[in-house]
Design a protein around this ligand. Structure first.
Ligand SMILES: [Zn+2]
Length: 462
């Protein structure tokens, strides 16, 4: 069987498109067969299957149940779960693979697939292999396959509850589930831990009727911020659509970005494991790396992107990694995948040990304040974006220290500027940090001038 597949849905880290256009049953059948064959090739015997609450998810799940079981695999169908619960099902029971049907925080007409071989999500070339196998109509048929329906929510929440070391302080927490997949597990966890919580939008609803479930977009946090202030909460927690990214606001409703969260976690881990390695991405604040060092840890800077961060965590034997976007990967006491409800539990442990009369924000009181820009996106064609970054690297290398693991992170006296090519779009992503606004502006204009010149030089040569 050959199918007409939209090649653009096969992205760097997952497969994602409009469900009724790109992921019709006719399109998903060859994708599922191709993945089943890849699992058999890898020697896998069993696979966990999960889905979010989107209207198209049950249909896509049915295709996978059939394809995986007819390839001779034992399919453990976890039903409606968050992405981390699917990862948990794979890691905890050492399944040979996993399929998560979700488009994370994308609008409700979209859907997507995250595919795992053993406990590693496939990316890049392996996703292209799925595409090629699907195009070629690759399919393995074998006896002995079966579908087993299992409910994992209780096992998952029980493990998190048993692990939690909650301190003496009575907490009041506001929770915004964004109608995504984390609502049922976080509310159940808070109940079991005996923590008072005020819930917003904790019932999964694939139409996301209240707001977009993406805590990196500050305007999605307005209701959470208001609730924290109205109810005098100690902090507020938000979750993205499929539950692998966390958003946090403090007692004043101020957003705590991903790199500042890693600082909070890192200090606790380093008390327990002196010298631990902790990973941040190249977009993170200098304060993250300097505070880890100050507390006796070993900070590691990673390239941007889920699979790079995970690989850096694994290869260095690090205990924690975090991204600006709110993905937090705990290898310390956990499996090393990004799980926002687990990250919430670790934050509750820390918050419940803050003295009664001190606000949550005291956890960052000794961390230097810096000024930063948000991510600045500059259009630049795919064909020239890497060339532009190369010429920025060579320009500044003659003048200043440059870290070039992912783009150019250029060091100035009191800060840095980053110029990198987006992994997924025809844009350059820039970010700046300094100790004062004046320095920030100076660094930004010096770098922008070089970037603009490099873009027009590339335009002329293409
Ligand atoms: Zn997500």
């Amino acid at each position: 069987m050959s199918a007409t597949l939209n090649p653009n849905i096969f992205r760097a880290y997952d497969i994602r498109g409009v469900a009724e256009r790109d992921l019709t049953t006719e399109s998903v059948v060859p994708i599922a067969n191709s993945f089943a064959a890849m699992l058999v090739d890898a020697g896998s015997r069993d696979v966990a299957l999960g889905r979010d609450v989107r209207a198209s998810s049950p249909r896509i799940a049915e295709v996978f149940r059939q394809a995986l079981s007819s390839a001779g695999l034992q399919v453990y169908d976890l039903g409606i779960v968050s992405t981390p619960m699917l990862y948990y099902g794979v890691s905890r029971f050492q399944r040979g693979g996993g399929v998560m049907i979700t488009a994370s925080h994308n609008p409700s007409p979209d859907n997507g697939l995250k595919l795992l071989i053993n406990d590693v999500a496939i990316s890049g070339d392996r996703i292209q292999e799925i595409y090629q196998g699907a195009q070629a109509g690759r399919k393995i048929v074998a006896d002995g396959g079966a579908v087993h329906t299992t409910d994992i929510l209780d096992t998952y929440v029980t493990e998190l509850t048993e692990q939690a070391c909650i301190g003496p302080r009575a907490l009041k927490i506001a929770v915004d589930g964004g109608n995504g997949m984390s609502g049922p597990s976080i509310t159940r966890l808070l109940d079991r831990l005996g923590i008072e919580h005020i819930d917003l939008y904790c019932d999964p609803d694939g139409d996301f009727p209240n707001h977009h479930p993406d805590p990196t977009q500050i305007d999605t946090l307005v209701d959470l911020q208001r609730t924290v202030l109205e109810h005098g909460c100690d902090l507020g927690l938000a979750f993205d659509g499929d539950g692998d990214r966390i958003g946090v606001v403090d007692e004043e409703g101020r957003v705590i970005h991903g790199d500042r969260l890693v600082i909070i976690y890192a200090r606790e881990i380093l008390k327990e494991v002196p010298g631990a390695r902790i990973v941040g991405e190249v977009k993170c604040s200098d304060t993250l790396f300097s505070m880890i060092e100050k507390w006796g840890g070993d900070p590691i800077m990673s390239r941007v992107g889920h699979s790079f961060i995970k690989a850096t965590l694994r290869e260095n034997g690090a205990l924690l990694a975090g991204e600006m976007s709110g993905h937090m990967f705990f290898k310390h006491r956990y499996y090393g995948f990004d799980d926002a409800v687990y990250a919430a539990m670790r934050l509750l442990e820390i918050a419940s040990n803050v003295p009664e009369d001190a606000p949550f924000s005291t956890l960052l009181a000794d961390v230097p304040d810096t000024v930063t820009t948000p991510e600045i996106r500059v259009d630049c064609p795919d064909i020239s974006k890497f060339g532009v970054v190369d010429s920025v690297v060579s320009h500044f290398r003659a003048l200043r220290p440059v870290e070039d693991i992912d783009g150019a992170r250029i060091r100035f006296e009191n800060g840095w500027g980053l110029v990198r090519a987006s992994n997924t779009q025809p844009v350059l992503v820039l970010r700046f940090e300094a100790t004062t606004d004046a320095e920030l502006n100076a660094y930004q204009s010096e770098i922008m001038e070089v970037v603009t010149a490099a873009i027009s030089a590339c335009d002329d040569s293409v």
